[in-house]
Design a protein around this ligand. Structure first.
Ligand code: SAM
Length: 268
């Protein structure tokens, strides 16, 4: 797995985590806080720099918190936040005994995983009966900004190359477009969705902070790698000019996030 980000750790926290993942992670922490008891044990899969674990620890310092990711770099960021129970492993592999956890969380992870069915099956194996799997995914986003970004990207790389990179990193975006199929996979593995809802998050950002995030994730990161330094510079300048013309210097970023709370039914 390639490195998720090309930023120094503090920039990664500022431009990526704080912009995109922190508020939904807070919501996940609230959900867990309502369901957990003093000695609950929780695993956050695809934990990244541990933002979900941090938010949970703030609300509920007594829980035993584990994080799992397939990237050493991000686990190192989580370790620096004081987390020790960190496991490097690649989903769907979960190197734990059956019934090991009361909760498993996954904040924007499932769509990154090739074998999501196997992953859900494995998660159901390691959760205790009546335990919970809580996960999030992006709902419909800021289409206007995405379109502006995409239109400039394809001046520099082909649409096919763009789609290939998206597919490589997010092989299962469509999982969340078909609610029936997701519900079926969950119920096949004894999960019952006890609550599902969507929240909209709004962030007011400077154009430069917004683009800094996009230039360092997924497509932006790929372009930095494949374009010559001159073309990379030109791409950034033209993108910035396109946003300035259509949107201005201040960005209001609105993103919808879908939350799923699933209970593992005890089998008779
Ligand atoms: C969009 S990030 C979300 C990170 C974190 N949950 C958060 O909210 O900040 C997806 C995470 O999944 C991890 N990941 C992707 N594929 C994985 C796999 N097959 N096994 C384990 N982790 C994976 C990435 O390294 C990354 O940290």
């Amino acid at each position: 797995m390639s490195k998720l980000y090309d930023l120094a750790a503090d920039e990664y926290e500022t431009f990526v985590i704080n912009q995109r993942f922190k508020n939904p992670a807070k919501e996940t922490a609230n959900i867990i806080n309502e369901l957990a008891h003093q000695d609950s044990k929780l695993l956050d899969v695809g934990t990244g720099s541990g933002i979900v674990l941090s938010e949970i620890r703030q609300l509920n310092p007594h829980l035993e918190l584990f994080g799992l990711d397939n990237s050493f770099e991000v686990l190192e960021l989580a370790r620096k936040k004081g987390f020790e129970l960190l496991i490097k492993s690649s989903l769907p592999n979960l190197p734990f005994l059956d019934n090991s956890f009361d909760f498993v969380t996954a904040n924007f992870v499932l769509s990154h995983i090739d074998q999501y069915e196997k992953t859900i099956q494995e998660i159901s194996r390691i959760i205790v009966p009546n335990g919970y799997f809580v996960f999030t995914s992006w709902g419909s986003g800021q289409k206007e900004y995405n379109k502006l970004f995409y239109n400039k990207v394809i001046d520099f790389i082909s649409p096919e190359e763009h789609d290939r990179i998206i597919k490589q990193h997010l092989p299962n975006e469509e999982l969340f477009e078909d609610n029936n199929s997701l519900t079926n996979i969950l119920s096949k593995n004894n999960f019952k969705i006890t609550k599902q809802y969507t929240k909209q998050y709004q962030l007011d950002l400077t154009l430069s902070d917004y683009l800094n995030c996009r230039f360092n994730l997924l497509i932006g990161k790929h372009m930095k790698k494949v374009l010559s330094p001159t073309l990379w510079e030109q791409f950034q300048q033209e993108m910035s000019a396109a946003f300035q013309e259509k949107v201005g210097q201040e960005i209001t970023y609105k993103g919808n996030v879908d939350f799923f709370i699933c209970k593992l039914e005890s089998q008779v």
